[in-house]
Design a protein around this ligand. Sequence first.
Ligand SMILES: NC(=O)c1ccc[n+]([C@@H]2O[C@H](COP(=O)([O-])OP(=O)(O)OC[C@H]3O[C@@H](n4cnc5c(N)ncnc54)[C@H](OP(=O)(O)O)[C@@H]3O)[C@@H](O)[C@H]2O)c1
Length: 301
Amino acid sequence: FHHFVVKGQKCMSKAKLHGKTVIVTGSNTGIGKTTAIDLAKRGARVILACRCKQRGETALQEVRNESGSNQVVFMQLDLGSLKSVRSFAETFLKSEPRLDILINNAGICMQGQTEDGFGLMFGVNHLGHFLLTNLLLDRLKECGPSRIVNVSSMAHNFGKIDFDCLNSHKTLGFGTSSYRVFQVYCDSKLCNVLFNHELAKRLQGTSVTCYTLHPGAISSDLGRNTSSVLHVVLKPVTTFFFKNTIQGCQTTLHCALQEGIEHLSGRYFSNCTVRELYAKAKDDAAAKKLWEISERFCGLP
Ligand SMILES: NC(=O)c1ccc[n+]([C@@H]2O[C@H](COP(=O)([O-])OP(=O)(O)OC[C@H]3O[C@@H](n4cnc5c(N)ncnc54)[C@H](OP(=O)(O)O)[C@@H]3O)[C@@H](O)[C@H]2O)c1
């Protein structure tokens, strides 16, 4: 019930972000765009990391207009292409001296393959963000205290990862009797939580902390790729019953900005509150395995 109609907690941080730089992936629409507007209003330099140039540039104007800030930049990033992720990171590191907050927000719920031959939801929701984070980690460390926010979902509770399948077929959910889109989405969101768990361990002793979260059930564009008929039918229902994107970005903002939560690095939040994870979502062995497979897939040392 809480995830749907109850408006929920607001991020209480009054942090101002002048002189700070933030990247928000998938910020041309939905929760990402609203997050970017809030951060720009606080004075941050905000990098809109979006895959489509035209949609990114339209969003750039909207975010600038709504925030009243000209410290907003669009940079192209297609998380479904490891080449694009590398090229984004290279351009960013050359042109921007700081990185204070990285918000891995982009997500997709759709069947398909990336250009590197990975399952689309594994590739975009997890692997692209995995590589991006690793490529930007040194800059985050240099600028610490800094944060990484991984937008997951309560859907991770229904996820399961078949590592043998992932190893041999580069996808989640392959080989099941039918490729069920929602199941694979849940699997990819479990990857987000396990990634965050292992990342926090590796960040211990540095000035970088990381958090993962469920934003709530939010009326956004997420369902647009599932089925156009279903989307048209469901959109008015979700608009009425689900939270809007302003409510939907509060937990992301909490994780990015709230003072005094550094000791909660690696934890999972919902409704601006830390929540306990089920055992499978903080399974050390699974998180390590996912990290190692992801490193190999990305060609990281
Ligand atoms: N809405 C909910 O109820 C809900 C619930 C739980 C979790 N979440 C999570 O919240 C996050 C934001 O979702 P949302 O609801 O705001 O969805 P949304 O409105 O569909 O926005 C998703 C964003 O991700 C971008 N994206 C998709 N594929 C990409 C790629 N290959 N490279 C770069 N960007 C890509 C989209 O860009 P395009 O416009 O180019 O497609 C869009 O900007 C997602 O991680 C989602 O899983 C949402």
